[in-house]
Design a protein around this ligand. Structure first.
Ligand SMILES: *[C@@H]1O[C@H](CO)[C@@H](O)[C@H](O)[C@H]1NC(C)=O
Ligand SMILES: *[C@@H]1O[C@H](CO)[C@@H](O)[C@H](O)[C@H]1NC(C)=O
Ligand SMILES: *[C@@H]1O[C@H](CO)[C@@H](O)[C@H](O)[C@H]1NC(C)=O
Ligand SMILES: *[C@@H]1O[C@H](CO)[C@@H](O)[C@H](O)[C@H]1NC(C)=O
Length: 431
């Protein structure tokens, strides 16, 4: 090398390297500061979910137990494992409980008193979801008794000597209980995550809030009591948090306010539960509708083939409501086939899931309101105590595993998301 030429080039090269180094250092700092890279909120545009300017159709799942398992050190790893297993199937949304009222490992120990240990567990769940690029649909109270539910609130009101009625439905109409629930909502929405410092109401990892799991108010068949509660609580939530989407958590039954739809109900009894899918979901602060699908529990004696027929009709009816009546997305937030059926075989689950996934795929292709599905329910090996007649461990049934990946990939194709890094890897070794 000629010494003369090196003398001129080296300092320039040195400066260049320096400049490049400084550029990357500053960029890294910037990205880290913002929680690299910036995560967008899921929004809605008419009957579709939108994320980063593109439509989003959801292929997701339920694991109600995440917070519960994050409380204890020995079981905390299951949260990360579950989220990772979901992400590997291209799933994007997980629905889980953000409540545990009274009882073991309660988040809310008594009205307005919270266990910081359990709140930290929920912080962990949310931070961990972000790490795996999974968004959370967080449910805020149970209509059923598991994890406290509305009967726990009613019990508290009695213990404090303020309860108006012993009916569990007084959860919906008793002013003291409404106040309890609002206090809980305030605490949760304004909670500052101890892992990442983000208030829950400002965290885009949260896909949406679900007001209540499977509300029923049989003491007022007209539906007015539940409707009034929904209107008040959704207004209250939006006054604190207007960034997140909000849904009710309905099973999807039609009530007396909707006579022409009553024949779509599985049998006669669902019209007497004090709910109506269209009226409840039409509430002005509700952003999207939610529906469950459980023919095993809803019919007394129906053949598997008839169940499949029902499922298609049930879904199409709600998607049509989403288009014509509500002009909102419709998310099927729980569905499953029971393994307790007399004639049950695992291959039936494949068919059951496929029928449901096909309805959503067709809806997505036509830009209709069928916005996605959440399987009930996924759990990990060694958690049999948290299984029910519907649970699935990913990998355990290969055909099911492939089916879920296929759904992620074809929905990704419809929205142009298949080219994105995550789906590209999952879908690349497929046709
Ligand atoms: C919202 O929907 C309208 C009508 O379907 C469409 O023209 C528009 O591009 C959508 N906007 C976004 C951001 O997706
Ligand atoms: C309220 O619900 C609880 C739990 O399901 C049940 O034990 C209790 O009997 C119910 N109370 C009334 C008055 O129905
Ligand atoms: C839904 O709400 C809108 C506005 O509040 C109202 O105009 C419309 O009639 C309602 N639709 C149904 C089906 O209740
Ligand atoms: C239930 O359905 C099966 C087949 O559809 C039929 O053979 C059976 O008699 C039914 N049982 C009752 C109790 O209705």
């Amino acid at each position: 090398m000629a010494p003369g030429r090196n003398g001129a080039v080296l300092p320039i090269l040195g400066l260049l390297i320096c400049a490049v180094f400084i550029y990357f250092s500053i960029r890294d700092l910037w990205l880290n500061h913002k929680g690299s890279p910036e995560l967008g909120f899921v929004k809605r545009n008419g009957t579709q979910f939108v994320l980063d300017g593109k439509a989003l159709y959801v292929n997701g799942w339920n694991s109600y137990w995440l917070m519960d398992h994050a409380v204890n050190q020995h079981s905390r790893f299951l949260v990360g494992e579950m989220l990772e297993a979901g992400a590997k199937m291209g799933l994007t949304v997980c629905r889980t409980w953000a409540f545990n009222d009274g009882g073991y490992n309660a988040l809310q120990i008594s009205p307005g008193r919270f266990d910081e240990r359990v709140f930290k567990a929920l912080d962990h769940v949310i931070a961990e979801a972000r790490k795996h690029d999974i968004r959370l649909l967080l449910s805020l109270v149970n209509n059923l008794q598991a994890y406290g539910g509305k009967s726990q609130y009613v019990k508290w009101a009695w213990q404090e000597g303020v309860g108006l009625s012993s009916s569990n439905d007084s959860f919906f109409f008793d002013p003291s209980i409404r106040k309890y629930f609002k206090n809980y909502l305030t605490a949760l929405l304004t909670r500052k995550n101890s892992v990442n410092g983000i208030e829950y109401r400002n965290d885009p990892t949260i896909f949406a809030w679900e007001l209540i799991n499977e509300p029923r108010c049989t003491s007022d068949v007209s539906g007015d009591t539940l409707q009034d509660w929904i209107d008040e609580m959704t207004g209250f939530i939006k006054s604190i948090d207007d960034k997140h989407l909000l849904t009710v958590g309905l099973e999807g039954f039609y009530g007396p306010k909707n006579p022409k739809r009553l024949t779509v109900n599985p049998e006669q009894w669902p019209s007497e539960l004090g709910t109506d899918f269209v009226q409840n979901s039409n509430s002005s602060n509700i952003d999207f509708a939610s529906v469950h699908i459980y023919p095993d529990h809803w019919f007394h004696n129906q053949s598997f083939e008839d169940k499949l027929k029902f499922v298609v009709k049930w879904m199409q009816s709600h998607i049509e409501d989403g288009m014509k009546e509500l002009k909102k997305p419709v998310l099927f937030t729980e569905f499953g086939l029971s393994n307790l059926n007399k004639d049950y075989e695992p291959s039936q689950r494949d068919r059951f899931y496929r029928v449901i996934f096909d309805v959503i795929y067709k809806s997505a292709k036509r830009r209709k309101s069928g916005a996605g599905t959440l399987v009930w329910q996924l759990f990990m090996e060694g958690m049999e105590g948290f299984n029910d007649e519907f649970g699935i461990v990913p990998h355990e049934q290969d055909s099911m595993y492939r089916l879920m990946i296929e759904q992620s990939c074809r929905l990704g194709k419809v929205t142009g998301r298949r080219k994105e890094h995550k789906l590209r890897q999952i879908c690349s070794h497929r046709h």
